[in-house]
Design a binder for this molecule. Structure first.
Ligand SMILES: NC(=O)c1ccc[n+]([C@@H]2O[C@H](COP(=O)([O-])OP(=O)(O)OC[C@H]3O[C@@H](n4cnc5c(N)ncnc54)[C@H](OP(=O)(O)O)[C@@H]3O)[C@@H](O)[C@H]2O)c1
Length: 350
């Protein structure tokens, strides 16, 4: 039985609150949730929404909250710590699951739950934010243009500040090096393994490979077996990134992590910063016969895009427009999903 309701877990985090605000502006009525009773109550009073407070190891609290909704939008990361208990609770309760992760391990863990999700009649869709909606749609667009593609490269250039949670998640993963997909398998490579010049149309930048979510998801969305994702790193950070190849183990120790995590500032970009920010994307697909296609895409600032993309998907799920099992955004909704967002422009170059 559907309830027409959704729950935002982690609603008092930076992105959770932004999503809550945008939901209110759309006239949606989410139930807000989080592990701190005090902070969850405060945010619910601010927006006038109902709230539930429970930790992710509180099975009773999870089950009670999920039994009264259709879909959860999980916004409390790092998701490699928080995703599993929520996914398991969704499977137990027949509740659809969406989150805003970008972590490869989380995508793969959800993909491994595909059969269980299908049995439960639910959709599992991690990555409904900036990572990976726009890049996943671009990947699917390139595959639609070149159905014989065997290699896919994607790049993004985000002009804007990072939130607390994004920095916390990146810091947690700092010692783990890079990753690409090779012959269908996720393969570990050193940090900044490949460097190439990327022409985003209006600017040319130097990109380096990073273990971005599409290394996992684009394979499910396109079937292309070789995938690399690049981002733009300022020249002064390039040295740091390369040093992390040798010092990564040190940064991953408990002591270094406690120090680094404690020094990440709370919050994220202000409304003004978000309004000024933009994201540029580039993608290329090629095949073994020498065919090649290239496309560009641009859109709003990353956190703005995350909130809009996530709510667009939640509205589809509430309307019954979904596919059960593990899904990526473009696999379920196609390459044009991202074009539903105002200010997104896509252009084919080759
Ligand atoms: N896909 C994308 O493009 C995208 C965009 C934005 C954010 N993100 C990701 O989303 C996550 C949140 O980012 P943010 O900047 O909004 O973070 P934030 O401001 O630091 O907020 C994090 C939220 O998660 C909660 N939380 C953390 N660990 C938890 C746990 N073990 N159990 C329950 N709640 C927990 C926090 O609650 P407490 O205050 O009680 O700890 C807080 O409500 C990060 O992983 C980030 O990488 C992804």
């Amino acid at each position: 039985m559907t309830t027409g309701k959704f729950l935002v877990y982690g609603a008092y985090g930076y992105t959770g609150e932004l999503i809550t605000r945008f939901a209110a502006e759309r006239g949606l009525q989410p139930i807000l949730a989080g592990r701190s009773e005090e902070k969850t109550r405060a945010i619910s009073e601010k927006f006038g929404f109902e709230y539930r407070s429970f930790a992710l190891d509180d099975v009773g609290g999870l089950d009670a909250a999920l039994s009264e909704i259709d879909v959860v939008l999980h916004c409390a990361g790092p998701f490699s710590i928080t995703s599993r208990p929520m996914v398991e609770a969704c499977i137990r309760n027949g509740t659809h699951y969406a989150d805003i992760t970008g972590e490869i391990a989380v995508f793969e863990a959800c993909a491994a739950m595909d059969a269980k999700a299908k049995d439960a009649g639910i959709m599992l869709m991690p990555g409904v934010g900036f990572d990976v909606v726009p890049s996943d749609c671009l990947a699917r667009h390139l595959k639609d243009r070149l159905p014989t593609a065997t290699h896919l490269s994607l790049a993004f250039y985000g002009m804007g500040r990072l939130s607390h949670g994004t920095q916390a998640t990146m810091t947690m993963n700092v010692g783990r090096g890079g990753a690409i997909r090779r012959d269908g398998k996720i393969t570990n490579v050193p940090a900044a393994w490949r460097i190439r010049s990327i022409d985003f149309g209006e600017v040319k930048k130097t990109g380096v490979t990073i273990p971005w979510g599409d290394v996992a998801t684009a394979f499910y969305s396109t079937g292309i077996p070789n995938i690399e994702v690049y981002t733009v790193v300022p020249p002064q950070n390039m040295r740091m990134l390369k040093m992390s190849r040798y010092l990564g183990w040190l940064l991953a120790t408990g002591f270094a992590q406690r120090y680094l995590q404690a020094n990440i500032p709370a919050g994220g970009p202000s409304d003004e910063e978000r309004a000024k920010g933009r994201t540029l994307m580039w993608g290329e697909a090629s095949d073994d016969q020498g065919n090649r296609v290239e496309s560009l895409q641009q859109g709003p600032e990353g956190y703005t895009l995350t909130a809009i993309a996530a709510l667009n998907i939640i509205e589809k799920v509430l309307a019954g427009n979904l596919k059960t099992g593990y899904q990526t955004p473009a696999k379920a909704y196609g390459a044009d999903l991202v074009m539903e967002i105002d200010a997104v422009i896509r252009r084919d170059v080759v």
